[in-house]
Every structure is written in structure tokens, then in C-alpha cells.
Ligand binder design. Structure first.
Ligand code: AMP
Length: 356
């Protein structure tokens, strides 16, 4: 991993009044470019082969310029050009996935957020250490198939977007469905309703919901739309489907906006704060957008089954705000909030605290 000191050295040469916000043309890029422009930044879109025609359809979200690559790996060789343009790169899930976490941490360009977080979230066991260390309630993990005593969800390591996960109601079903050649984790299937909570942590903002350092916001909530599990019930019960050889899958195809019972909001802030405080203790703190993927049981208890420590696509329904962001300021997307943080840090000469 490239050392933070080296990145800080690069940052020293930057014209801080002339920063460019860049990201890869996918995932949440529309709101990142739109938000950056609203905050007065120049924007640069990184793409493969040729600029995507899609951006012509959305002029407010079209980056000022494109950097065209043959493949994502070439980004490592083109960092010098990004540095010449005073680029701050915004990592989103697709950027890290296309580049691979391994290569992402080698990028020689100032990047929004703390790269060290990747070590804590790219492995489900290490992620669990972080979240349980922060006293976050998680679904129980079942050590071996023989111990399955309740409905479970089985997650293959490295499965992307929930593809290949399966549900088993008991151990017999587990053995029928499992591919023993692959590494997997067996987790209690949480019976509840799913809420994906989109937070923003600023280490430099001092007013608002304060933590030991900085402040926490919760900007929006969505629910992922997953194919085919969200609609499969139309064909019959899980047992009937299994008999017909039809298996539910969890591939994310989109997102829908949600609000939560207002009485649950204090707990939502507590959980966000616990996760941030623990991250400060473990690796100097995550910065900016993060998401807790949760299910709420009928006892109104949360179970957190995943954390993403950067902007997630579930913030996309909120380009012009959300029922929560509207109570902070108007037209506040997560993309725009990132741009505001960079603007504030540049003004206070504290960019070193929000990039790596
Ligand atoms: P993940 O890759 O952990 O984000 O999980 C993908 C999807 O699987 C989630 O969006 C949920 O729909 C579902 N899921 C994951 N873990 C659980 C769980 N413990 N209980 C119920 N559903 C889950």
C-alpha cells in the first residue's frame, strides 16, 4: 500500500483553489459529478474505450472532461496526469472492484477517505472483529453445517453482489445446496425488514451530532432491490420452488428510498457513532460516506450484516436530497456532501485529514 506520507507530499504540490473531482464513470458517478459541480469543482470522468454516451443524456452530471483508458489497470500508470490536474479521486464500490482492492491501494493520487479501511472490510472475519468490537449486533455466525439449528444464509467468499448466496432452512437443505469446493460463511438468516443506512462522518466538522472527534450525519436510507428473491414469492413458497429446482438469488438490480420509524433514529445514530469510534481506535478512522446494511426484527432490534466504508449505490435515489438530508440543507446528495467536505477541508488547510 502506498504510504500516506507520499500522498501528502503529492498534495503539497496541489493548487488547492483549483481542485478537480474525479471518479470512474459508473456506480454513483452521476451524483458525484453533479454534487462536485454544484460546489464549484471541475470534474473528470474515468472510462474505458470511449466516453459513455449516457452522460449526454444528463448534462448536469456530465464530467467536464474524460480520461479514456484501455482497461482499469492502466489507471495506475496514468496517476501522474491526474496529479497534474489536482485531482482528488472519489472511490466508489465499482472503482475498488474493477481495480481490485490490492491495486486500488497502490494508486499514487490523493483519494478521498482512509485507504486503511479496506483491510478491515475486505474480509468478512476481520469486518466482524471491527463491528462486534464496536458492540454492533450482527447475525449469529454458525461454525459448521452440523450446528445449523435455524434458517441460515450461506455466503460464498468473494461472491459479488450476493450472487451465489443461498438460504437453507435446516442442515439437510444446506447439504443439498452447498458447493463444497468453495469457501463459505454460514450466517443466521435474520427475519426482518431490510434498511440500508447511509451515514457521513466528518473528522473536521464541529457542529451537529458530535463524536469524540468530528460529527456524524445520517443522510438517507434505501432498500436494495434484489433479483430474483424480491419477486420470487409470486411463483410459490420457498419449499415449492426448491422442489421445482428454482433457487432465490440476491443480485442487486436497483434501489428504492425508505424512511424508518422515527423512534428508531436515536439507535441508528448510536450504531453509526459506535462504528466510527471503533474505526478511530483501530485504524485512524474511516472518513466520509459509509453504509450499514441492516435488518430490523419484529422486536425492533437491528442486526447489521455488512458495512461498506464508502459511497454506495443505495444513495442514488437521493440526488436532490432525502427526507433526512433535507433537514440539513437543500439538494444535498451524498456526492454533494463529499464535495462539501473537500471544499471545507481545502479552506481550512486540513485536506490531509480526509484523504489518503
Ligand atoms: P451482503 O453481500 O452481505 O450485503 O448480502 C447480500 C444480500 O443478502 C443482502 O442485501 C440481504 O438481502 C441478504 N442477506 C445478507 N445477510 C443476511 C442475513 N444474515 N439475513 C437475511 N438476509 C441477509
Amino acid at each position: 500500500m502506498i504510504e500516506k506520507d507520499e500522498i501528502l507530499g503529492i498534495l503539497e504540490g496541489y493548487d488547492k483553489d483549483n481542485l478537480t473531482i474525479a471518479t470512474i464513470c459508473s456506480h454513483s458517478s452521476l451524483q458525484i459529478f453533479d454534487g462536485a459541480r454544484k460546489e464549484g469543482f471541475k470534474t473528470l470522468g474515468i472510462c474505458i474505450d470511449k466516453p459513455p454516451k449516457l452522460y449526454d443524456a444528463y448534462p448536469l452530471a456530465k464530467p467536464d472532461e474524460f480520461m479514456v483508458l484501455d482497461n482499469y489497470e492502466h489507471l495506475l500508470e496514468r496517476c501522474g496526469e491526474l496529479v497534474e490536474k489536482n485531482v482528488i479521486l472519489i472511490p466508489h464500490g465499482s472503482l475498488v472492484e474493477y481495480l481490485t482492492p490490492h491495486k486500488f491501494v497502490e494508486l499514487r493520487v490523493p483519494t478521498f477517505g482512509n485507504r486503511l479501511v479496506l483491510e478491515w472490510e475486505s474480509d468478512r472475519d476481520i469486518e466482524r472483529q471491527w463491528l462486534e468490537g464496536a458492540h454492533i449486533p450482527m447475525p449469529i455466525e454458525i461454525e459448521s453445517p452440523e450446528k445449523i439449528d435455524r434458517p441460515v444464509i450461506v455466503k460464498y467468499h468473494g461472491a459479488k453482489g450476493g450472487r451465489g448466496f443461498f438460504i437453507a432452512k435446516n442442515k439437510e437443505e444446506f447439504y443439498e445446496k452447498v458447493n463444497p469446493g468453495e469457501k463459505y460463511t454460514i450466517q443466521e438468516f435474520v427475519l426482518g425488514t431490510r434498511y440500508y443506512l447511509h451515514y457521513f462522518y466528518s473528522p473536521i466538522k464541529e457542529d451537529g451530532y458530535t463524536l469524540s472527534k468530528g460529527t456524524l450525519q445520517m443522510l438517507s436510507i434505501d432498500r436494495r432491490i434484489e433479483s430474483n428473491v424480491d419477486e420470487i414469492f409470486k411463483l410459490g413458497s420457498l419449499t415449492e420452488l426448491m422442489e421445482a429446482g428454482i433457487v432465490p438469488t440476491f443480485v442487486v438490480t436497483g434501489n428504492a428510498p425508505l424512511v424508518v420509524r422515527e423512534s428508531l433514529l436515536p439507535r441508528i445514530f448510536e450504531m453509526g457513532a459506535q462504528v466510527v469510534e471503533k474505526s478511530i481506535e483501530l485504524f485512524g478512522g474511516m472518513v466520509g460516506a459509509f453504509c450499514l446494511e441492516t435488518a430490523i426484527t419484529d422486536n425492533l432490534e437491528f442486526r447489521v450484516f455488512e458495512i461498506s466504508a464508502r459511497i454506495v449505490a443505495g444513495t442514488n435515489p437521493f440526488v436532490s436530497g432525502s427526507p433526512y438530508a433535507d433537514l440539513i440543507s437543500e439538494n444535498l446528495s451524498t456526492g454533494r456532501r463529499i464535495a462539501q467536505e473537500i471544499k471545507m477541508a481545502a479552506k481550512l488547510n486540513r485536506l490531509n485529514e480526509i484523504i489518503s
